[in-house]
Ligand binder design. Structure first.
Ligand SMILES: [Fe+2]
Ligand SMILES: [Fe+2]
Length: 246
């Protein structure tokens, strides 16, 4: 069973809670002349996510299906969606198309490069490549320019059955989640901290998003640039090399 919330005009968060993991998996539908879904979700969640989407639009009208990086929660159910939506085209970065999607998808993707813009009617989406942020060579993020919404994938991951939108301390929650992941015997090293990480976060901060649409946890409404810069500090502290001593 999915929970649906409109987090911005015609931008819907379709959330499925995985109780065993104590975390939400969020899929975003942008209802427009050319409807766009960001994150397909896992195949196992497809009955719930597709039923939720069908309560908002005719699934056959779906035009674009995008995501950040190749992983089952991001794009595992892509072919199920393509079968349901005959006019839909996968939307991914050029690296993702070349290394995964041209082979994986049942229909060819539209591959986008740095700062390519897609207009879907009222909305304008800019593709920002972010290799290895949050993770994956092919990673990128989609920025909706009119409402200033950054679809930021696993960035700002939060645990728990949290509210659809928060205006409070998302960075603190992110720090707690990253520390919990890093302490986990299997799930540690979830996200790399590299010499490029801060620069890539700064690039995103300069977009000045007012809403950060997180895949796991609440979306954050507020000063997205400040949150992104603070996230760089969190990542350095939790994931960076320990300081040299002696
Ligand atoms: Fe991921
Ligand atoms: Fe994820």
């Amino acid at each position: 069973m999915a929970q649906i919330d409109e987090i911005a005009p015609d931008i819907f968060r379709i959330s499925v809670l995985a109780p065993g993991l104590n975390m939400q998996f969020n899929h975003f539908l942008v209802r427009d002349d050319e409807p766009l879904l960001f994150h397909t979700g896992m195949r196992g969640m497809f009955p719930a996510t597709s039923a939720a989407l069908a309560s908002l639009i005719d699934p056959a009208s779906l035009r674009w299906i995008g995501w950040s990086h190749f992983e089952v929660d991001e794009c595992g159910a892509l072919n199920e969606w393509l079968a349901l939506a005959p006019n839909a085209t996968p939307l991914c970065g050029a690296v993702g198309a070349m290394v995964n999607v041209n082979d994986f998808a049942s229909r060819p993707p539209r591959a986008v490069g740095e700062d390519d813009v897609l207009e879907t009617g009222k909305h304008r989406f800019r593709w920002v490549p972010t290799p290895h942020l949050p993770h994956g060579w092919d990673a990128g993020m989609l920025f909706e320019e009119n409402d200033r919404v950054l679809f930021c994938s696993d960035l700002f991951h939060q645990f728990g059955d949290v509210e659809p939108i928060t205006r409070s301390d998302v960075v603190g929650r992110y720090a707690d989640a990253m520390a919990a992941m890093q302490a986990h015997p299997v799930l540690l090293d979830y996200v790399p901290y590299t010499p490029q990480t801060r620069r890539r976060l700064e690039r995103l901060a300069r977009l000045e998003p007012r809403l950060l649409a997180a895949m796991h946890g609440s979306s954050y409404e507020g000063d997205g640039a400040a949150a992104l810069r603070a996230a760089a500090d969190v990542m350095e502290q939790v994931l960076g090399e320990p300081p040299l001593v002696g």
